[in-house]
Ligand binder design. Structure first.
Ligand code: A3P
Length: 263
């Protein structure tokens, strides 16, 4: 992975699994494609053969050499911790959009996803999953560690943080802010197109085309507070305590508005 040559105009999305990566990934890819469409002639627009699966850590070892040959701007998603990313990402001053979501909804979404996707471990009960989540036995590691590690970068000028919940509350504003951060200048009408194409309903309807069979598992509820359907009192207490211990006092912790979304 170290052979990846990051560029200052790379568009990077970092987020713990189930934080809305596919959603914000669609917004980013759409913003870049809409901008390219109006600024480049037909022939130079990225053709599909030149694309790589956007998740940095998924693919074969030759992926990074191929990525080095891709034209700008590249859109890259990752669930990795900052210390595991190629150093060139930080050296190049590539911009990173950090996506975070409240831990109760992340755990809920992860539980359903794990049981729906054969590549991931499945759990007989929600209680089993909850123990695995809290004891940090998860693919891609612990939620709490993820937020603590990324919190060290949260004040960098090349990092912008957005929460799932704020995007859910005002998608138009979120899309506008994301475009401005990456210096993607579009008209109101073009931005509105991106907003419309990233609605849950629209993405779910298109999911067979965009994500194949995985689509029906991935685009599940798309809302806030579904954790209330799974957490019991004891689990609530344990999560509240862990949040308080690990992230409540950090910049990212405050941004999550735990009292609003998790109580
Ligand atoms: P739920 O399981 O709570 O429904 P990721 O892409 O990181 O795996 O995250 C998946 C979560 O994002 C799922 O949450 C999914 O429904 C939600 N999601 C996907 N597209 C969305 C959209 N357009 N609007 C809101 N939520 C969306």
């Amino acid at each position: 992975m170290e052979s990846l040559e990051a560029r200052s105009d790379d568009v990077i999305l970092a987020g713990y699994p189930k934080s809305g990566t596919n959603w914000v990934g669609q917004i980013l890819s759409d913003l870049v494609a809409t901008f390219e469409k109006k600024t480049q002639d037909e022939e130079s627009v990225n053709d599909e053969d030149l694309e790589e699966f956007p998740y940095l850590e998924v693919g074969d070892a030759g992926k990074f050499e191929r990525m080095n040959k891709l034209p700008s701007r590249r859109v890259i998603f990752t669930h990795l911790l900052p210390d595991n990313l190629p150093r060139s990402i930080f050296k190049s001053k590539a911009k990173i959009l950090l996506l975070i979501r409240n831990p109760k909804d992340v755990a809920t979404s992860f539980y359903h996803f794990s049981n729906g996707m054969s590549l991931l471990p499945s759990y007989e009960t929600w209680d089993d999953f909850f123990i695995a989540f809290m004891t940090e036995k998860m693919p891609w590691g612990s939620y709490f560690n993820y937020l603590s590690e990324w919190n060290k970068y949260a004040a960098d000028e090349n990092v912008m943080t957005i929460t799932y919940e704020e995007l859910k509350e005002n998608r138009a504003l979120g899309v506008k802010n994301i475009a401005a951060f990456f210096g993607i200048s579009l008209t109101e009408e073009e931005l509105q197109g991106v907003v419309e194409r990233s609605s849950f309903q629209s993405m779910k309807e298109n999911s067979l085309k965009t994500h194949g069979a995985l689509g029906s598992i991935l685009f599940r509820k798309g809302g806030v507070s579904d954790w209330k359907s799974l957490f019991n009192e004891d689990q609530n207490e344990k999560m509240d305590k862990a949040f308080e211990e690990h992230i409540a006092g950090t910049k990212l912790g405050r941004k999550l508005k735990y009292d609003v979304y998790c109580k």
